[in-house]
Design a protein. Structure first.
Length: 99
């Protein structure tokens, strides 16, 4: 709620930053931690700086309901509906994409 309040009315989605808590358990958990850290600490902030639509992940997304409805809400027949939704949100306000 605070993220939406601080971001302004045109912020359609707040995506929580995810990571693993057991990075030191084994090699697989180290790889997952490296992947999530790269995605949430480097890739997504970089895309946001470039003002391009953000591909949303499948979990921990929070939306303003009226904006979600404006882009057609969820597509239950699309396997990658979260990423598609991120692109549809980017098309809704193209003036926000470029400085």
């Amino acid at each position: 709620m605070l993220a939406f309040a601080n971001a302004g009315p045109k912020t359609a989605c707040v995506q929580a930053k995810l990571n693993f808590y057991n990075a030191d358990q084994n090699m697989l958990t180290r790889w997952f931690t490296a992947e999530y850290s790269t995605w949430f600490d480097i890739t997504l902030p970089g895309l946001q700086t470039l003002h391009v639509p953000l591909p949303l992940g499948g979990t921990s997304n929070h939306f303003r309901t009226y904006i979600l409805r404006a882009v057609g809400a969820w597509d239950p027949f699309n396997v990658t509906e979260d990423c598609d939704l991120g692109l549809r949100l980017g098309r809704l306000w193209p003036e926000n994409r470029y400085p």
